[in-house]
Every structure is written in structure tokens, then in C-alpha cells.
Design a protein around this ligand. Structure first.
Ligand code: SF4
Ligand code: F3S
Ligand code: ZN
Length: 103
């Protein structure tokens, strides 16, 4: 499961589409965590797709991650600023790859 303390335990190593990427990142095997308010651990995501289907405000978009060992697409929190904290994505992800912090 994603580390709920990732903001303390990881460093921001790059930006992607307006959100933080928390390392380590070593493509293509290690991709880190994308997002802050809605955070997806790309190294755990296996492209189940439930988060994209269920999010009522369409926070997620698929991105291509060729040659990653778990899956070759990931759910990217491209619109995390639109999140309404319903927590559906956290509940439906079968591998607990998502952390939403209502803060
Ligand atoms: Fe979407 Fe709700 Fe998840 Fe926010 S908590 S990203 S609104 S499903
Ligand atoms: Fe990935 Fe979980 Fe969504 S596996 S596609 S973050 S439901
Ligand atoms: Zn991203």
C-alpha cells in the first residue's frame, strides 16, 4: 500500500503536468508517487481503472508507462485540485495505491 507518510519520507524530485513527483524515480522500473492532495503510487498501481471509473469529478487520466513491471499505464491525478474528498478512489483501488488527504 502507498505510504500515508510519503510527504515526510520522500522528496519531490520532479514535476509532472502541474503536480509533484515524489522519488525515488528511475525509469522505467521505479516511477515514484504522483500528486500531493490526491497521491498515486505508480509503483503499486496495476491499472485496475476503478479510480477513473468511479471518481465523480474526473481527477484521473491515464498516462503511458512503458516497461514498468506492474502495468504499462497508470492513473495520474491530473486534476487533483478538483477533488471533493469523497474517498471513493481510496476505497475501490484493489492495491491501495491512492492516498487522499482531506487535510
Ligand atoms: Fe475523485 Fe473522490 Fe478520489 Fe477525490 S477522493 S480523487 S473526488 S474519487
Ligand atoms: Fe491504479 Fe488503483 Fe486506479 S490500481 S488505476 S490506482 S484503482
Ligand atoms: Zn503525474
Amino acid at each position: 500500500a502507498i505510504d500515508p507518510e510519503f510527504e515526510d519520507n520522500r522528496d519531490v524530485v520532479e514535476q509532472h503536468d502541474g503536480h509533484n513527483v515524489w522519488g525515488p524515480v528511475e525509469e522505467p522500473d521505479t516511477l515514484g508517487i504522483h500528486g500531493t492532495h490526491v497521491a498515486v503510487d505508480f509503483d503499486i498501481c496495476l491499472a485496475d481503472g476503478a479510480c477513473l471509473e468511479d471518481c465523480p469529478v474526473d481527477v484521473f487520466e491515464w498516462v503511458d508507462t512503458p516497461d514498468h513491471p506492474e502495468s504499462e499505464i497508470k492513473a495520474d491525478p491530473a486534476h487533483e485540485d478538483q477533488c471533493i474528498d469523497c474517498m471513493l478512489c481510496v476505497d475501490v483501488c484493489p492495491v491501495d495505491a491512492i492516498d487522499v488527504d482531506p487535510g
